[in-house]
Ligand binder design. Structure first.
Ligand code: SAM
Length: 190
């Protein structure tokens, strides 16, 4: 199914680093027999190589265009996860994935609540800075024009606390766990 395991160069070539995270994602897909995925902030859509059905939601129009070019068999929606109408999201996806995205959104509560509302499947959210702060910290920024952002757009550079996150998840009554892959802490809700 996947070229990832047999091609270590593929991991090394990823611009964002985080090879351990992507090995983790690949293993998760294999272990739980994931066939369909919704990816939030999936950039160029590389994770679509792991599954049969893929819907990517991205607010960077450049990466959406690139994803559509690379993977014409899959769906790439140019939208903002926090504000979009989720009616267009497949309800029966096996997995909702978000890697290195939640730190750039206004709150993880909105981010994860929306994922819970659209899918009965698994949710995997990587916190690429870990969860080592005593309290959640929110840093609002105005973006430059980069691969991941558009000039003048608003984004966040947040840091999160493990205690605050897990307390909130317990209050929601979620079945959650935290895994580790390299420097990324990974929240899994199943
Ligand atoms: C650091 S990049 C990570 C890209 C990819 N997930 C990876 O790990 O290679 C963060 C991505 O999330 C996207 N993003 C951030 N907030 C978003 C939101 N609210 N809705 C959709 N995409 C978002 C950005 O446009 C950017 O492509």
């Amino acid at each position: 199914m996947s070229v990832w395991s047999v091609d270590p160069e593929w991991y090394l070539g990823r611009k964002d680093g985080h090879p351990d995270l992507w090995r983790y994602v690949e293993r998760f897909v294999c272990k739980y027999n994931v066939k369909s995925m919704v990816e939030i902030g999936g950039g160029h859509g590389y994770a679509s190589e792991l599954v049969e059905q893929y819907t990517g939601i991205e607010r960077s129009h450049r990466t959406v265009e690139d994803g559509r070019r690379r993977y014409p068999q899959h769906t790439f929606l140019h939208d903002d996860w926090i504000t979009m109408d989720t009616a267009a999201i497949p309800r029966l996806a096996d997995l909702i994935l978000a890697c290195a995205v939640v730190e750039h959104c206004e709150s993880y509560e909105a981010f994860i609540s929306r994922a819970l509302s659209v899918s009965p499947g698994a949710i995997v959210v990587s916190f690429f800075r870990g969860l080592d702060r005593a309290r959640n910290e929110f840093h609002k920024r105005t973006s430059a024009d980069t691969e991941w952002s558009e000039a003048g757009g608003v984004y966040y550079d947040n840091f999160y606390s493990r205690n605050q996150l897990t307390q909130w998840l317990d209050e929601l009554g979620c079945n959650w766990r935290l895994d580790q892959a390299g420097g990324d802490t990974i929240l899994v809700i199943q």
